[in-house]
Ligand binder design. Structure first.
Ligand code: 5RP
Length: 221
C-alpha cells in the first residue's frame, strides 16, 4: 500500500472515534495530509458532527468546502476528542508535530480535548523522537538567540524558508537533538523567551494512535 492509501485508511478509521451525541458532536481537527483524508471521510457522515474547531486556516477551508461548520476555539469549553496527525510518535504516545507549521494552534485545540486521537501511517512510528527536525514557532526577534540555545543542546536550528505560521511567526527546524526525555525538553524549551510553541507533544501526548500499516489499522494505546 502507498503512504496515501495508509493515510486514507486511518482517516476512515478515525470516524469511529467521534462521540455519538444527539445533534452531533463538536470535535477538534488538526492539520496535514492525513487529517485531510479524515476530513474527506467525515464529509460522508456529516450528521455525526455539529461543528469542528480546526487548527489551521487550511483545515478550516477544507471543512467549510465540505459544508461542515467551523467554530473558534474561544467558543467552546471542552471537546470530547481531537483528531490530528504527527511527524513522529513514540511507544508512549509522545509526538513531534509541526511539519505543517500549525503546531501552536494544534496544541491549543489539543488542550481543550479529553482525548487526542493520533492518525498516522506506519512510517511515523519511532522508538525515540528526534530524527524528524523539531519545529519551534518563535517570535522572529528572538530567533537568533533561541538558535544559540539549541547549539548548547547539540542541535542545529535553521529558519524554515518562506514560511510564516497562521499566527504570523517564523518556524525554526532543529536537527540533531537527542530527545531521551520529551516531557523535560518540552518544559525546558517552553521557558525560553521568544518561544511561541515547541513541537514536542509530551504533555499533550496521544491518548491513542491509529497507525496505518499494510496489514491494516493498528491501535496503539
Ligand atoms: C502539522 C502537523 C501534522 O500533523 C504533521 O506534520 C503530519 O502531517 P501529515 O499528515 O501531512 O504527514 O503537525 O503542523
Amino acid at each position: 500500500m502507498t503512504s496515501d492509501e495508509l493515510k486514507a485508511l486511518v482517516g476512515r478509521a478515525a470516524l469511529a472515534e467521534i462521540p455519538e451525541l444527539p445533534g452531533g458532536a463538536v470535535i477538534g481537527i488538526g492539520t496535514g495530509s492525513t487529517v485531510n483524508c479524515f476530513i474527506d471521510a467525515l464529509a460522508t457522515v456529516k450528521h455525526k458532527v455539529r461543528a469542528a474547531v480546526s487548527s489551521s486556516e487550511a483545515s478550516s477551508a477544507r471543512l467549510r468546502a465540505h459544508g461542515i461548520a467551523v467554530v473558534e476555539a474561544s467558543e467552546v469549553e471542552r471537546l470530547g476528542v481531537y483528531i490530528d496527525g504527527a511527524d513522529e510518535i513514540d511507544p508512549r504516545g509522545f509526538m513531534i508535530k509541526g511539519g505543517g507549521a500549525a503546531l501552536t494552534r494544534e496544541k491549543i485545540v489539543a488542550d481543550l480535548a479529553d482525548r487526542f486521537v493520533c492518525i498516522a501511517d506506519a512510517s511515523k512510528r519511532v522508538d525515540m523522537l528526534g530524527r524528524f527536525p523539531l519545529p519551534v514557532e518563535v517570535i522572529g526577534h528572538a530567533a537568533a538567540q533561541i538558535s544559540r540555545r539549541f547549539d548548547f543542546l547539540g542541535g542545529t536550528a535553521t529558519l524554515r524558508p518562506g514560511v510564516m505560521t497562521d499566527n504570523g511567526h517564523p518556524i525554526l527546524d532543529v536537527r540533531g537533538l537527542v530527545i531521551t526525555d520529551p516531557a523535560a525538553l518540552e518544559a525546558e524549551i517552553n521557558q525560553w523567551p521568544g518561544v511561541v510553541c515547541v513541537g514536542i507533544f509530551a504533555r499533550h501526548r496521544a491518548s491513542v494512535c491509529l497507525l496505518g500499516t499494510p496489514q491494516g489499522v493498528e491501535t496503539l494505546r
